[in-house]
Design a protein around this ligand. Structure first.
Ligand SMILES: [Ca+2]
Ligand SMILES: [Ca+2]
Ligand SMILES: [Ca+2]
Length: 148
């Protein structure tokens, strides 16, 4: 089992080179690698060199991990094979800006777009004028928001 961590939005040259060892000689030791699930063409495994490549940069907000299953078999008459699992973990990068949404207190009459409200003279200053909602799609510190 292999574990690899890759930062989202990066495209490394290649992820890893698999090297299976076969003690036989000739075609009995020639190896072919196959990837059971390439996640819609996201990963590619060269069947003769065993080099695993990432085709598109990953997006942490879409998927945080992938599991790949690789099979290797020799080219002997009654071929022999082995499998291994590769876990790919995506690391979060700060690639989302926080978005702000503001809603007027529903007590007030406001225009259709919701960007202008009519506040009566008799308004109680202890009541909130508007509610602000801030959201950031990143996780951890990348998604924490400070007001200034
Ligand atoms: Ca992202
Ligand atoms: Ca962010
Ligand atoms: Ca992110």
């Amino acid at each position: 089992m292999y574990n690899i961590s890759i930062a989202e939005n990066t495209l490394p040259e290649y992820l890893l080179k698999l090297r299976a060892i076969d003690a036989d000689i000739g075609s009995n030791a020639e190896l072919t690698y196959t990837l059971e699930n390439d996640h819609n063409g996201l990963f590619r495994l060269d069947k003769t060199t065993g080099i695993l490549t990432l085709i598109h940069a990953l997006d942490y907000e879409y998927h945080t991990s992938y599991q790949l299953k690789v099979e290797v078999h020799d080219n002997g008459m009654n071929f022999l094979s082995d499998t291994c699992i590769i876990n790919i973990y995506v690391l979060d990068q700060n690639d989302h800006a926080p978005s702000i949404q503001m809603k007027f207190n529903p007590m007030f009459e406001h225009n259709q777009d919701g960007n202008m409200a009519y506040i009566p003279e008799s308004f109680d200053i202890n009541l909130p004028l508007a509610f602000v909602n801030v959201h950031d799609q990143d996780s951890g510190d990348n998604g924490k928001v400070d007001f200034c």
